[in-house]
Design a protein around this ligand. Sequence first.
Ligand code: ZN
Length: 311
Amino acid sequence: MKTQVTGLHHITAISSVVTRNMQFYTRVLGLRFVKKSVNQDDPGTYHLYYGDYAGSPGTILTFFPWAGLRRGRPGSGQAYATGYSVPSGTLACWQKRFAELKVGTAAIEKRFADEVLPFFDPDGLRLELVATGEADARTPSPSTEVPAEKAIRGFHSTTLGLIEPAPTAAVLTVSMGYRKVAQEGHRTRYAAGPGGPGNYVDLLVDPTLPRGLNGSGTIHHVAFRVPDDATQNAARTQLLESGLQVSPVIDRAYFKSIYYREPGGVLFEIATDQPGFAIDEPVETLGSRLSLPPHLEPHRAEIEAALPKVN
Ligand code: ZN
């Protein structure tokens, strides 16, 4: 069975101060705080999730906040930028909003048929609003801060900064079901499934890009979605056959995951769409309490006492 990844599932980044991170993604960007959990590999720190109302795959940006962590530098060998889909014609409004709220931005650029506004979160994470005329039927999270007609509808794309793109392109096309759909300047675009916003991976080979340094304000990994366990198992077999080292399947409560590092240096994950974020709390109250995996539940009191307050 040939592996068919169906698009982006979630993207995980590293931040420093928790409260600043929470305020930026919920108030400034108007995303929903979908889940408050802990880093399963380091339960003394949070794992925070922001996305649409239901926490749909393809909308979820997650953070490991480590207080006092040194700042990294987005660059090559990393997922350099994370693109969000917004309706065409909305960038001027966003630019005004970012100026009022003192959010750092870069000049609007033209990319394929779209306009792109790069901006930076409080840790320097490189984000982009991609104002696209392509169809995007996803419903944005209701927000008191951002009107629905301008709101973020989910991911548009991830841009991987690479020095040598061919091996990464081979993993995407041979082992994951992506296909090349466009090329312009230093950028080559790959699409999964039906294509469109949420399904793009751009490979950027730009000699002016600095070498990426890990730290706050950088991407930790990019997760791709598959519909079910069988597709994930087939993907794992195929990735192993192509010579990559792949983790066993790990149960992350909201999805099952496998991990591997692609040849350009970026940590990839393949995650299942099921069971999703409503498995341990109702959709209506997502993110309102600390969610713990069953094996950590007996330690809830100590874990809660040690974590900083976020809201
Ligand atoms: Zn992940």
